[in-house]
Design a binder for this molecule. Structure first.
Ligand SMILES: Nc1ncnc2c1ncn2[C@@H]1O[C@H](COP(=O)(O)OP(=O)(O)OP(=O)(O)O)[C@@H](O)[C@H]1O
Length: 294
């Protein structure tokens, strides 16, 4: 298996006349915490949306090496037929399958999960139910098994519940299991989103601004939790974050975007002193944050 869990090659994304991403290339090393940073509007969330299948990239290739196999993200989202497919039946059937059944759920099955900048929990469901929904695809969904309540069906439910309680313990939310998700304070909702992503069993988890809206103590706790994902659970973390102190503190590697292009990538110490990065942040409110992290 490749040492890189994710390879992004010359990714471009256009929205009508706006080119949000231009030839973005970077890799994420397996077992690392990698941060994607940049000023507002640099294209970070667009990269996440392309990686996780919420957008189909206009150009470029994204390859995930997870769950012991290589997945071409563009392919599992359903690509247009090519003339050569009609000469290659296997390729034709594969293309047809992903045209019919492809989508972001296939990216999740391939081993990548995400959280959102604006928290997207099922607010009218309990904390525990939010996690059970995330595991729906892994559980026994056979209608007859459900009607007859077979031992296999019961075992599947037990496994799902055990996994949900396990992750609630990890993110320190077990005592809130039966509360409605929408009633939780903001910091706990962020942790619940991470637990929900982890319940799908990803090798790579993409966290979109996990520290947004958290107080300094909660940010410290969150940093410890992200390190725990890497160190204790062997999960690779890719995160977008504006809190430069946190980014410099926990990242093994940083990729910097500006105006939809990668302007730097490297270790935190090198990024902090990079004149292109300092230039990109000049004139933005985040310049102060970058200075604070020095
Ligand atoms: N669905 C969309 N339709 C049109 N333009 C979009 C869409 N999504 C993003 N953009 C544009 O793409 C550019 C990059 O936006 P994006 O949200 O990826 O930046 P960002 O780096 O995540 O910003 P922030 O740090 O503020 O969240 C912006 O100009 C934005 O307006």
């Amino acid at each position: 298996m490749s040492t890189d869990i994710l390879k992004v090659d010359q990714l471009s994304m256009r929205f009508g006349g706006i080119k949000a991403l231009s030839d973005v290339s970077f890799s994420v090393r397996r077992g690392s915490i990698t941060a994607l940073i940049g000023p507002n509007g640099a294209g970070k969330t667009t990269v996440f949306n392309c990686l996780t299948g919420f957008y189909k990239a206009t150009e470029g290739r994204i390859v995930l090496h997870a769950k012991g196999r290589e997945t071409d993200i563009g392919q599992v989202l359903g690509e247009a037929f090519q003339p050569r497919d009609f000469l290659n039946p296997v390729q034709f059937v594969s293309r047809l399958y992903f045209k019919m059944f492809g989508g972001s759920h296939q990216v999740n099955r391939a081993g990548m999960a995400r959280t959102f900048q604006n928290i997207r929990l099922f607010k009218e469901m309990t904390v525990l139910e939010n996690l059970l929904v995330a595991m729906h695809m892994q559980m026994n969904r056979n209608m007859m098994s459900g009607l007859l309540n077979t031992p296999g069906f019961q075992q599947s439910e037990t496994n799902g519940l055990e996994k949900a309680w396990y992750w609630l313990d990890v993110v320190n939310l077990a005592e809130h299991a039966n509360r409605l998700a929408g009633e939780l304070p903001y910091g706990q909702q962020r942790r619940l989103e991470i637990a929900r992503a982890m319940c799908t069993g990803p090798d790579l988890v993409c966290l979109d601004e996990p520290a947004a809206g958290l107080n300094p103590n909660e940010t410290v706790e969150l940093s410890a939790m992200i390190r725990q994902l890497r160190d204790d659970f062997g999960v690779t973390v890719l995160l977008i974050e504006h809190d430069m102190g946190m980014v410099m503190n926990i990242s093994d590697h940083i990729v910097v975007l500006d105006h939809g292009e990668v302007i730097a990538s490297g270790k935190p110490a090198a990024i902090r002193d990079d004149p292109h990065v300092i230039g990109a942040y000049l004139g933005t409110d985040e310049e102060d944050m970058l200075e604070a992290a020095v």
